[in-house]
Design a protein around this ligand. Structure first.
Ligand code: RI2
Length: 359
């Protein structure tokens, strides 16, 4: 590993309160195993890109930003392998892209690192991959801080924010990911906020990870089961809804953790603003609408078992779509690193997405 990578992380660590989901140390990708939170802070040391792919698939690292960065460091591992070639790095990228198909950040990050590597070999190849990975990590962190700043405008002093799944530092680059960057920035601006987190069956990202991360930040959090959101909104217990995003289609339709669509419907019925926090990297202009977004279908056993124990008779079937699609017309605003977009979205997203590609 170059001294530059070591310096990069020691500099990141010096910054206050960064919760890093993934980093690189002593020739290994280190991830905080999110399946063990909140009861154990256990780290995995991964030495091969295949191990990184397994960890992403197994949700040991998850969240659209964090899996993109894990994938990036996985490619760096591949590039460090003796006599690796651009073709081998591309193959490693193809393997990583298959792990979680819906979160476009992972796909775009892999493409960005593996594009036009053909002219490079040996140390120049490793160095090129390293340059790209470090630039991506830094950019993602900058995006989080900037989108947090813009998003904090929609948060009022004393607001209670309802969130679903976990869209925080451990799902991103370390500041606050998407949704929790907005809350973190609001608190830094002196606003008092409270959070209601839905548990997010079946992986319980809300109960286990959002609650843990907000605890680290000192932000009060109240847990509800997923089926309590309608009650909470009808009774006026939340001022706004704020979720992350795995992919935003060209028309503004949003793919996010399954259950988000129901929340958005209940938000409209109760006139509660519904926001997603995202970045230009998550806008997918090549996907016209939510209908064309590939939704990851996970193993039904993840629904039929809870902590390894069955919760239904053996003969019961199950499905597990990991995401659902919230139509653009249910979204009050899309928070990005360039500002808060208001409907109609199509032209604004096109500008932001294209502008990013030419930056
Ligand atoms: P970002 C999660 O999926 C959810 O969809 C969640 O909303 C998103 O990733 C994280 O939000 P999973 O990886 O901050 O836990 O990455 O299945 O937008």
């Amino acid at each position: 590993m170059s001294q530059r990578v070591a310096n990069f992380f020691s500099d990141l660590r010096r910054r206050q309160q960064l919760l890093l989901p993934v980093w690189f140390e002593d020739g290994q990708v280190i991830i905080l195993d999110q399946t063990r939170l909140p009861f154990q802070e256990h780290h995995l040391a991964l030495r091969h890109v295949n191990e990184v792919a397994v960890a992403i698939k197994a949700m040991q690292i998850r969240g659209s930003g964090a899996i993109a960065l894990a994938g990036a460091w996985g490619l760096y591992l591949a590039a460090l392998t003796n006599q690796s070639t651009p073709e081998q790095i591309k193959e490693a990228g193809d393997l990583l892209k298959k792990t979680r198909p819906t979160a476009v950040n992972l796909q775009k990050t892999i493409d960005e690192i593996t594009r036009e590597l053909e002219p490079f070999q040996g140390e120049a190849l490793t160095r090129t991959v390293e340059d790209r990975v470090l630039a991506i990590v830094q950019r993602q962190l900058d995006f989080e801080i900037r989108l947090g700043h813009f998003g904090a405008q929609v948060i009022g002093d004393g607001d209670t924010i309802l969130t679903h799944c976990h869209s925080g530092a451990l799902a991103g680059a370390g500041y606050g990911g998407r949704a929790l960057s907005v809350l973190r920035a609001a608190v830094e601006q002196g606003k008092r906020v409270k959070v209601i987190a839905s548990e997010t069956r079946p992986y319980l990202q809300g109960a286990r990870i959002t609650a843990w991360e907000l605890g680290q930040l000192g932000i009060p959090v109240t847990l509800i089961t997923d089926n309590m959101s309608g009650f909470v909104l009808q009774r006026g217990m939340a001022d706004l809804i704020l979720v992350g995003s795995d992919r935003v289609a060209a028309n503004g339709d949003l793919a996010n953790k399954v259950g988000t669509y129901l929340l958005a419907l209940a938000a409209r019925d109760n006139v509660v603003p519904f926001y997603t926090a995202t970045s230009s990297h998550t806008i997918d202009l090549s996907t016209p609408s939510g209908k064309e977004i590939a939704v990851e279908m996970r193993d039904p056993r993840e629904v039929l078992l809870f902590n390894g124990a069955p919760i239904a008779p053996e003969s019961t079937g199950a499905i597990y779509p990991s995401f659902d699609i919230t139509p653009a017309e249910l979204i009050s605003g899309i928070i990005t690193e360039r500002g808060v977009l208001r409907p109609p979205y199509r032209e604004k997203l096109a500008w932001l997405g294209l502008e990013r590609e030419t930056r």
